[in-house]
Design a protein around this ligand. Structure first.
Ligand SMILES: Cc1cc2nc3c(=O)[nH]c(=O)nc-3n(C[C@H](O)[C@H](O)[C@H](O)COP(=O)(O)O)c2cc1C
Length: 165
């Protein structure tokens, strides 16, 4: 894994970053922009675990929520800070959905990402930092408590919160 640095990459508002995974989170497809933003080649990406672009600034609890939600057959919206191969980062607003076969079995997952507003990034960044700190001291139990407390203080579900940013 590369070392993270403070170089930010962005993409245009009318562009979307798309990837697909199998049920285990192994990348099975990435559009051109996904490949470009990641800094990896298509060969390096296909067959790799999607955590290949995981940024260490991302709280574990966000991915737990993501997986719990999509494995339950629901979609999720989440702000994600990703890391390119060269260590630079890019923020996305991801919409991850399950894909089904004709019998209704989940056969994989699909993520469509748009460019988040700067205001949203500025709001979510300190929230994620607080979650990371909670995880350092008390693990995911502690970050879950923090999420619950934060959401109940504003009277919102995680999804409402993410979409209100
Ligand atoms: C369709 C789909 C797209 C995903 N996209 C990303 C992504 O862009 N960045 C990321 O860090 N994790 C993404 N994940 C979550 C990863 O699978 C993984 O859970 C996460 O990187 C944390 O790594 P870990 O589970 O090994 O701790 C995605 C998962 C799915 C199912």
């Amino acid at each position: 894994m590369s070392t993270p640095n403070n170089t930010e990459k962005t993409f245009a508002e009318d562009e979307i970053i798309v990837s697909k995974t199998d049920t285990k989170g192994i990348i099975t497809y990435g559009n051109e922009l996904f490949i470009k933003m990641s800094g990896y080649t298509e060969d390096e990406l296909l067959g790799a675990n999607h955590n290949i672009i995981r940024h260490p600034d991302m709280p574990k609890i966000v991915f737990k929520l993501l997986w719990d939600t999509v494995q339950a057959g629901k979609e999720i919206f989440a702000y994600v800070k990703n890391m390119s191969k060269d260590g630079s980062y890019y923020w996305v607003l991801a919409n991850v959905t399950p894909s089904y076969d004709l019998k209704g079995n989940i056969i994989g997952y699909y993520s469509v990402r748009r460019k988040p507003s700067r205001e949203a990034i500025n709001k979510i960044d300190p929230v994620y930092q607080a979650l990371i700190n909670a995880e350092k001291t008390g693990g995911m139990n502690e970050s879950m408590k923090l999420i619950d407390a934060t959401l109940s203080s504003v009277g919102m579900s995680y999804e409402e919160f993410a979409l209100s940013l």
